[in-house]
Ligand binder design. Structure first.
Ligand code: ADP
Length: 497
């Protein structure tokens, strides 16, 4: 893998010295044109390390005025009928689908994931817009039988107010639509702060939303080089009534502190440490296919990635040898090449952190297959297997967030559950068995917000996504996802007789 020609130049985008030669060659240039500037936040292609675009570094005053405009636009947006908002979101969905290929190319360019995965993310991301367009029309109230004959009691649900969405770089489209869909459907204006590495998809999505009819002041994308500066303004604002954040646990905890003085509603989708448990009675082929997806999708950079593969004694050797063969065959390269399965990791810092986790595992006596850094300007990491991994290694507690599979060995079901739950995280978990009773037992015992049984494909717009313990607060997607953007109001009407 190391000697593969990894660093093919994306056509037309770069001059030899690395300055972007032709902005018009950017995918979605027509959507991005107005957002490109000379000085500001510089965006790079993680496959080559090259500069591809520069977008605004929003000054404080502009962020504050965007919040004010959103607050002023709030009442008009929430007063539209649910049907009108639904229609606008449906149009936005159609525009995203019409530009799906361009958006996928832009996503791969700034984020690095293989183009097939980028196409999948556009469809997945769009599905939240479509779903919440439909859910806009299902925000129901209640009539409560009153204790007094002369009273009538009602519950109505109203939009919470201006929302800040702080989003990560690993799914630069889907993590935005999963927040914007329900917020706009509920009647809330939104200020989005995309990750520094991936602002372009956010800007392109916003342009499509405005074209679909979302009022300008109801959707702002505030880009910048210093996330703490922007985050602090958003969290401390009285006008912003809710912050929805997807990202690291450490930043999530900081945002909680910053939101405390204004008692803001918070949705947090934070880090995971997913156990992936393979019992002796599992279907080996099913488990291996799922492990490849759960571990290596997006080069291992997802919060529901299998962080710890726990494999029972009786199937351990067969699992390891089949898994090794599959991992050795993975093709590493720039995401734009159609046969690439593992793109670059997001930046040099990520590659260094992954290398340090591997070194720590080696120091604790693990055998390592692969995992060598790949020379060049791009941030590529060779896929690796660490076996057997043990609980004293850093990767047992830390999110690996890279194409590195740590395989733990266990003997009994109780032991597997104890290892699986031995973490402060509780986002996703996976188990592989053909025993129905065990499915229930282990499924109920696992401390996580989501459990995949004999599958790793658990994320979709119709199911509630979210974690317990330090993995977060709230749920996104599903019929529950819109609740976080609504306040419940009780109306007690007297003198009814
Ligand atoms: P990762 O470590 O995976 O990059 P982060 O939690 O740092 O995850 O990033 C997720 C999002 O949070 C990004 O939009 C990033 O810009 C933002 N972010 C990072 N640090 C802060 C901070 N101190 N305050 C507000 N937002 C932040």
């Amino acid at each position: 893998m190391k000697e593969a020609p990894l660093l093919k130049q994306p056509s037309g985008l770069h001059s030899p010295e690395g300055a972007r030669a032709d902005p018009e060659a950017l995918p979605c240039y027509d959507l991005l044109r107005d957002a490109l500037v000379r000085e500001g936040l510089r965006v790079h292609d993680p496959a080559t390390g090259r500069h591809i675009a520069t977008v605004r570094d929003w000054p404080d005053a502009d962020i504050n005025s965007a919040i004010e405009r959103a607050e002023n636009a709030r009442s008009a947006w929430s007063s539209r009928t649910a049907r009108e908002r639904a229609r606008i979101l449906e149009d936005w969905f159609d525009l995203i689908i019409a530009r799906a290929e361009d958006l996928a190319q832009l996503l791969t360019l700034e984020q690095g994931k293989p183009i097939a995965e980028a196409r999948g993310e556009i469809a997945y991301g769009a599905s939240f817009v479509e779903w919440f367009a439909q859910e806009a029309r299902r925000i129901y109230g209640e009539v409560i039988p009153a204790n007094q004959a002369d009273q009538r009691l009602f519950v109505i649900r109203q939009p919470i107010g201006v929302v800040a969405a702080i989003t990560p770089w690993n799914f630069p489209v889907a993590m935005i639509t999963r927040k914007l869909g329900p917020a706009l459907a509920a009647g809330c204006p939104v200020i989005v702060k995309p990750a520094e590495a991936t602002p372009l998809c956010a800007l392109a999505l916003a342009q499509l939303a405005w074209r679909a009819g979302v009022p300008r002041d109801c959707l702002t994308v505030a880009t910048g080089t210093d996330p703490a500066r922007i985050g602090r303004i958003l969290c401390r604002s009285h006008e912003i009534r809710k912050v929805s954040f997807t990202g690291s646990t450490v930043v999530g905890k900081t945002l909680m502190e910053w939101c405390a003085p204004t008692v803001k509603r918070l949705s947090l989708e934070l880090g995971g440490n997913a156990p992936f448990i393979v019992f002796d009675d599992a279907d080996l082929d099913v488990a291996i296919d799922a492990a490849m997806l759960a571990k290596f999708r997006n080069a291992g950079q997802t919060c529901v990635c299998a962080n710890r593969l726990l494999v029972q004694d009786g199937i351990y050797d067969r699992f390891l040898s089949a898994f090794r063969a599959r991992v050795a065959a993975l093709k590493v390269g720039p995401g734009e090449q159609p046969d690439t399965q593992i793109g670059p990791v997001i930046d040099a810092r990520a590659a260094t952190r992954i290398a340090s986790l591997i070194a720590d595992a080696r120091d604790h006596g693990a055998q390592i297959h692969g995992g060598e850094p790949i020379a060049g300007d791009g941030h590529f990491v060779e896929p690796a297997i660490i076996a057997p991994a043990t609980r004293d290694m850093r990767l047992a507690q830390e999110e690996i967030f890279g194409p590195v599979a740590a395989i733990f060995r266990f003997s009994t079901e109780d032991e597997a559950i104890a290892i699986a739950n031995d973490t402060q995280s509780g986002l996703a978990a996976y188990l592989f068995t053909r025993d129905l009773a065990r499915t229930w037992r282990v499924g109920e015992a696992l401390e996580s917000g989501m459990v995949g049984v004999n599958t790793a494909a658990i994320s979709n717009e119709v199911a509630p996504f979210g974690g317990i313990k330090e993995s977060g607060l709230g749920r996104e997607g599903s019929r529950h996802g819109i609740e976080d953007y609504l306040e419940m109001k009780y109306l007690c009407l007297g003198q009814m007789n």
